[in-house]
Write a protein that binds this ligand. Structure first.
Ligand code: BGC
Length: 941
């Protein structure tokens, strides 16, 4: 039958080590050269050895033949999985059209330490002074903080501890595993070699309730005889200066290590080297390292050979073991942070001020590796990082405030040497170089791009290079802001702003496989949820973000707890993410309900019992970020100045109720998916009351809202806040506002993701196209034409007159239009969760000659693309096996659509073809198709 099974994955990942999920889910991809193929049943086998797997067991699980068309998220149902054990598995399937595949190539996953008792290691700490708790500053003091010019010496920062322990290996090694984590960041070395290729372990999580350990296969690194295990620690997110305010010690003020090396000999003996008081520590060449401030490496302090056996550590001191409590350990879930790309310096320049600057041509998150030749020892080279040059092409620090140095320093040892920081990263494009000995040659500077190593799953391309650049910019901002957690920006705050990811999640899922990355982040949302149900505005929740009496959350930010799981379910067909997060969502919505019920806005007075009752369903009190950064409210286009809080204060009364409605709507859908019918009914009922209250309280007879801004209309329409017969009036208001704004958008963070769809769904795709191709400020193309290489935080970051503002040039939020480009321009959309059914419906009249999108869905490779010339249209579609698609060929006549030179209706894989008023609609099975027809223009108004 020609169907084969491949790309076996466990918990979204290829051969993961150290899984601590007791019922991991298995997925595979099917491929076939024939069309219309689907899986009818599968059989999974799992065994502890390849031999058992290929022979006749024993099997930890043999599913037997299970009737199912779905090759995704099949939950392991076998015998209990054991700590540290590797499980091999394979799959075969039967096709709906008959016939059976061969067994797949085997794959495996390996379990981590499932029981606390598996840990023989103790937390150890070098004897150290506590990291300084930075004084609390208010925002003005923080912004005006003056230490930046001090030359970056930071005497208050402590050297990174180096830790070592020698051990003997007596026999042939079959396998060796190293399990490790830290309070702070850690990097391991074994016998002088680096362990693994991940960076910033154990990553940023809500450490008080979720601390990951990592598992390394170190079999090739251990040897018979004397060995040495070494570790370097740094402040990281645990103790370092993190977040907007530059505060330190969010989780602790002392660094510690937990490490366990297990060496399994060929004869079955097991040797365990576990962190304890036999480990010794000293300081070394890393004089300090801070994620935000930067790193200082002084070669003069190098301890050559410190992580190899035989090093003289007689002057090193013993570490202390600190108690028995292991803490909230979990196995690393999802890909680690890695070097994902290297960039060549594009040019070196001497600025009008006479400074030497290296330009990488691209804004990104990462750091610089330098090469130095023939320098004397003891010279300090400084590297400062920024995203932009000013109007005169001088180096400009675009990020202000305490601990925003982004400065690395390297002290030379002489000869040929190279330096790359270890425990810090920066958001930048330009590097100001000071103290470099001799002539600066750009070839000696390499941009090292750092990010969570997420697989790129999508691409969008079209005939307009400006939109292609926009797509690139979105991708770069995603890469830069998905380093361990989803962040707002990779320089100023690097915080897990809940609103930003809520806005960007659908686009993120197209571009990269963010399934495990965001599932992990959601587990941290659950950890950080407050006792009253509030979901903090940033997760992990750094207390310096709390607004005190004003609260810790905001409409449209906290709602990420509901929206993000829903997006993941839609995109990956992952039901478990809904189950796992249901309680968090429920408590968040209960918090909204209570807040709405118990409070009325300041100045509210009424004797009307209906109005008083209605107030209970309006979430219109407290602080909210509102439709953040609404251009006409927050931005002075002439000067470029931004008053961020202005749009918050202006829009904070109306917007929250829209999100109250949205979250209750989603809760009803989610409850249904999980079979919670009674809850679904209650949420539907609540949703109806909220919408009704909004309509009666706020909507005028002419469809006017008290907040007469594009964003308010967009959200009211997107979330169905008005009855069907009133929609037209609101749409008219929205269209008027866009027209009055010369065809430009004026939407803030929360409304921009819905703007284009609201226009399309109300029959105004022409206005959406106008916004897309608009090049005035604010618009997407405006940024591209101003030379953007990432998405900007504010549209006018470079004003029309060329003024360069000190804001973030790397915020993905406004890149949420990427999702719409995939769906509406290339026409690649979904009609069922997980893309079990694809919807292809491109906008052939958008003015482009062609557009195409590819997407590696949970089922496998899918794509949609189109091309038109002189009224001739071709539409390409690829559907993976077991999935189906509806294809809308607008402007087509049934007899006039061809596939492979023949009438499309009879083509293999085409299940049905129907003529509708707007064109032909096809139902197709898996396979690759090219449909061709002469369109009757215009296909769509
Ligand atoms: C961040 C945003 C965030 C916002 C809250 C900013 O400082 O950079 O992206 O969502 O605060 O409104």
């Amino acid at each position: 039958m020609g169907m084969s099974v491949g790309r076996l994955r466990c918990e979204y990942m290829d051969k993961p080590l150290g899984i601590d999920i007791r019922k991991p889910r298995l997925s595979w991809e099917l491929s076939s050269s024939e069309r219309g193929q689907a899986q009818a049943s599968y059989r999974v086998q799992v065994a502890e050895s390849l031999k058992a797997l290929a022979g006749s067991g024993p099997y930890a699980w043999d599913s037997g033949e299970v009737a199912s068309s779905s090759p995704i998220h099949v939950e392991y149902q076998g015998s209990a999985l054991a700590s540290k054990r590797r499980y091999y598995w394979r799959v075969k399937v039967k096709a709906a059209s008959g016939g059976e595949s061969d067994w797949s190539e085997p794959s495996y996953w390996e379990m981590g330490l499932l029981e606390k008792s598996d840990w023989k290691a103790h937390w150890i700490e070098p004897v150290q002074s506590p990291v300084r708790t930075e004084p609390k500053l208010d925002i003005r003091q923080m912004m005006n903080y003056k230490d930046l010019d001090a030359g970056g010496d930071h005497p208050e920062l402590l050297p990174c501890p180096y830790i070592r322990r020698e051990f003997a290996v007596s026999g042939k090694v079959a396998r060796a595993r190293l399990y490790a984590t830290a309070h702070g960041l850690y990097a391991l070395e074994l016998n002088g070699s680096r362990v693994g290729d991940i960076e910033f372990a154990p990553e940023m999580t809500a450490y008080q309730g979720y601390l990951m350990y990592q598992t390394y296969d170190v079999t090739p690194l251990v040897c018979e005889g004397a060995n040495c295990l070494g570790a370097i620690l740094a402040d990281g997110w645990w103790a370092g200066r993190v977040g907007m305010m530059g505060d330190s010690c969010h989780y602790g003020d002392k660094l510690g290590l937990l490490a366990q090396l297990e060496v399994e000999y060929e004869d079955g003996r097991i040797e365990t080297i576990a962190s304890d008081e036999s480990f010794k520590f000293s300081d070394g060449a890393l004089r300090y390292s801070d994620i935000f401030i930067g790193e200082r490496y002084d070669s003069g302090y190098e301890k050559t050979g410190w992580s190899a056996a035989g090093f003289d550590d007689s002057s090193w001191k013993a570490v202390e073991a600190i108690g028995k409590e292991l803490g909230p350990l979990v196995a690393q879930y999802g890909e680690g942070v890695k070097v994902v790309q290297e960039l060549k310096a594009q040019r070196g320049l001497v600025t009008p001020k006479g400074e030497t600057v290296i330009d990488f041509g691209q804004i990104f998150a990462g750091r610089v590796r330098i090469r130095v030749k023939g320098a004397k020892a003891g010279i300090t080279i400084g590297l400062e990082h920024s995203e932009i040059l000013d109007e005169e092409c001088n180096f400009l620090m675009n990020i202000m405030g305490r601990h925003k140095d982004q400065r690395d320093a390297y002290v030379t040892k002489g000869g040929v040497e190279s330096f790359e920081p270890r425990f810090t990263f920066h958001g930048f494009r330009y590097v100001r170089v000071t103290g470099y000995p001799g002539k600066v040659n750009p070839a000696d500077f390499t941009g090292v791009v750092l990010a969570s190593a997420l697989e790129k799953t999508g691409s969008f391309e079209c005939s307009d290079p400006r939109l292609n650049r926009l797509q690139e910019n979105i991708l770069w901002s995603q890469r830069s802001n998905m380093l361990s957690i989803p962040t707002d920006c990779p320089q100023r705050e690097r915080a897990g702003w809940t609103g930003d990811i809520q806005i960007f999640a659908p686009t993120a899922c197209f571009n990269m496989d963010v399934g495990p990355f965001l599932s992990r982040w959601l587990r941290n949302v659950a950890v950080d949820q407050l006792p009253n149900g509030e979901v903090p505005m940033v997760v992990p929740f750094l207390k310096s973000y709390s607004l005190g009496e004003l609260g810790n959350s905001s409409a449209g930010w906290g709602d990420a707890a509901v929206i993000v799981p829903w997006v993941l379910y839609q995109k990956y067909g992952d039901k478990r993410v809904l189950e796992e997060n249901y309680e968090t969502m429920r408590r968040w919505v209960a918090y909204i309900e209570k807040t709405a019920r118990e409070n009325v806005p300041e100045g509210f007075e009424s004797k009307d019992p209906e109005r008083i009752e209605r107030q209970k369903y309006l979430w219109n009190t407290g602080f909210h970020f509102g439709d953040w950064l609404t251009p006409s409210v927050s931005i002075d286009m002439a000067t470029g100045e931004v008053d961020m809080m202005k749009s918050a204060f202006l829009t904070k009364e109306l917007i929250p109720t829209c999100f109250y409605a949205h979250s209750t709507y989603l809760m009803a859908r989610i409850s249904k998916v999980l079979g919670k019918e009674a809850e679904a009914k209650n949420y539907d009922e609540l949703n109806r009351k909220v919408r009704d209250a909004f309509y009666k309280e706020y909507v005028g007879a002419d469809g006017k809202l008290p907040l007469h801004l594009q964003g308010a209309y967009v959200l009211a329409l997107a979330f169905d806040m008005v009855p069907e017969d009133k929609r037209g009036a609101l749409v008219a208001q929205l269209l008027d506002l866009i027209k009055a704004n010369e065809g430009k958008l004026d939407t803030g963070f929360l409304s921009v993701p819905f703007l284009m769809d609201v226009l399309c769904d109300s029959g105004h795709i022409d206005v959406a196209r106008e916004l897309l191709f608009q090049s005035g400020c604010p618009s997407w193309i405006y940024e591209v034409e101003k030379g953007a290489t990432t998405m900007w935080e504010a549209w006018q970051a470079i004003t029309p007159s060329g003024k360069v503002m000190k804001v973030s040039y790397n915020h993905y939020a406004f890149g949420c239009v990427g999702d719409w480009l995939y769906r509406k321009i290339a026409g690649f959309d979904q009609a069922a969760p997980g893309y079990a059914k694809i919807l292809v419906d491109p906008d052939l009249d958008c003015g482009l000659e062609w557009a195409r999108a590819s997407y590696r869905s949970a089922y496998g490779k899918a794509a949609a693309g189109w091309k038109r010339s002189d009224g001739n249209v071709s539409v390409d579609v690829t559907v993976p096996p077991s999935a189906r698609a509806t294809v809308k060929l607008r402007g087509a006549k049934l007899g006039g659509v061809f596939e492979g030179g023949k009438a499309a209706s009879g083509a293999p894989g085409v299940v049905s073809a129907v003529q509708g008023p707007e064109g032909v609609e096809l139902e197709i099975g898996s396979g690759s198709y090219r449909f061709e027809y002469a369109a009757e223009w215009k296909a769509r108004p």
